[in-house]
Ligand binder design. Structure first.
Ligand code: PMP
Length: 428
């Protein structure tokens, strides 16, 4: 396969953009490659500037659940585009979007649109702190909630207690109020809450972790958080930026029947345009300005093009039988993967739920950040490169999710499984 144009563009990009990319993982460093520059995408296919055609399992890191350039989404955006791109004033589409989110997500009474997942979590945490009058935020090792200072706490192995900055430029003073605990460890969480629960403004969690690779919540983990946060007057925030409208139309909270106080959304609700949202219990959300005193704003929030793309996506997802269809495709993919893992001589661990999953190159179960970090990065690089050579586009990092979309056909899924089988065989 020829990547010459991508390689030339990367050389050019590095002259003007730090690392040549606008988001670090895209540089493909951890898989020993340089990035492909994408020219276009349609359905389950993504095409680079050299004309190579790949089956895409990244889906822009989650939003493209319908596949790329879905006709209804394109038509909706085109119709909005003809009316102008931004007004900085309320529009009917924002009302429709809010109503659709409130109808869909069980624990959202009111919702505010923002422009990214980072903005959603950052704003939800400010609200939680404002509402409770407390400073401490609890997160879990290996969960990613965007790049806001408060949340960029290094997630070291073992029991991380008081946060230290995960990046130069993040003041110690800020992250001293962030506590990171091991994911899925009910005892560590209970111990913390017993000691400091009354100081905690909020606990934020990815209900199914997608940013250390996919890690599903252990039985009782989310329930324990819900119970203890309620007892201590701490708000429970579900970061459903990935899981929202993916694990079900009502997200992970509907699937697991857990009632978070606040929920963060992003990705799918923007249909591939820059969108985030946070919402939740009415008494909490009414604290937001201008109803209340907690400030948050945005020039482009509720942007008409983004609302048009998001609305068309949600309407498509709302149709009868769509999640059953996604589940059938996902089962075909992940069941096939399980068979391959069983037959393989390599040390592999497959974590999956619905349309999201991760193949880890490790022999032990992956249940938290520490076990995820034990996975063999070199082996993943080899796998990534082998899959790319077989025209399958995966995330360029061992600690990300693989997403099945509604655009993947059975034939494409079977072709992908054959590529996995061949690649893994070549690695033994
Ligand atoms: N929360 C989660 C769970 C995410 O996966 C991400 C991004 N991958 C974010 C928040 C941040 O979203 P964004 O990149 O849109 O700022």
């Amino acid at each position: 396969m020829d990547y010459k144009k991508s390689q030339d563009l990367f050389v050019e990009a590095e002259k003007f953009i730090p690392g040549g990319v606008n988001s670090p993982v895209r540089a493909c460093k951890s898989v020993g490659c340089t990035p492909l520059f994408i020219a276009r995408a349609k359905g389950s296919h993504i095409y680079d500037v050299d004309g190579n055609d790949f089956l895409d399992y990244v889906g822009s890191w989650g939003p493209m659940i319908l596949g790329h350039a879905h006709p209804a989404v394109m038509d909706s955006v085109k119709a909005a585009l003809a009316e102008g791109t931004s007004y900085g004033a309320p529009t009917e589409r924002e009302v429709e979007m809010a109503r659709m989110i409130v109808d869909a997500v069980p624990n959202i009474d009111l919702v505010r649109m923002v422009n990214s997942g980072t903005e959603a979590t950052m704003s939800a945490l400010r609200l939680a702190r404002g509402f409770t009058g407390r400073d401490i935020i609890v997160k879990f090792d290996g969960c990613y909630h965007g790049h806001a200072d408060t949340l960029l706490v290094q997630s070291g192995s073992g029991v991380a207690t008081l946060g230290i900055p995960g990046s130069p430029g993040v003041p110690q003073d800020i992250v001293k109020n962030t506590v990171s605990l091991p994911y899925n460890d009910i005892t560590a969480f209970s111990d913390f809450m017993a000691k400091r629960g009354d100081e905690a403004a909020a606990v934020i969690v990815e209900p199914v972790a997608g940013n250390m690779g996919v890690v599903t919540p252990a039985r009782g983990f989310l329930e324990a958080i819900r119970k203890l946060t309620r007892e201590h007057g701490t708000l429970f925030i579900f970061d459903e930026v990935i899981t929202g409208f993916r694990l079900s139309y009502g997200g992970a909270q509907r699937l697991f029947n857990i009632q978070p106080d606040l929920t963060c959304l992003g990705k799918i609700i923007g249909g591939g345009l820059p969108v985030g949202a946070y919402g939740g219990r009415e008494d909490i959300m009414r604290r937001m300005a201008p109803d209340g005193d907690v400030y948050q704003a945005g020039t482009l929030s509720g942007n008409p093009l983004a609302m048009a793309a998001g609305l068309a996506t949600l309407k498509a997802l709302k149709q009868e039988g769509i999640y059953e269809e996604l589940e059938a495709k996902s089962a075909r993919f992940w069941d096939g993967m399980e068979d391959i893992v069983r037959e393989s001589e390599l040390s592999l661990c497959l974590n999956r739920l619905g349309s999201m999953g991760t193949l880890f190159f490790t022999q032990d179960p992956v249940t938290d950040f520490r076990s995820a970090m034990a996975a063999d990065r070199d082996k993943y690089s080899e796998f990534y490169q082998g899959m790319l050579a077989r025209s399958i586009y995966l995330a360029p990092s061992p600690f990300e999710a693989t997403f099945v979309s509604l655009a993947h056909t059975d034939e494409e899924i079977d072709r992908t499984l054959e590529a996995v089988r061949q690649t893994l065989r070549s690695m033994v």
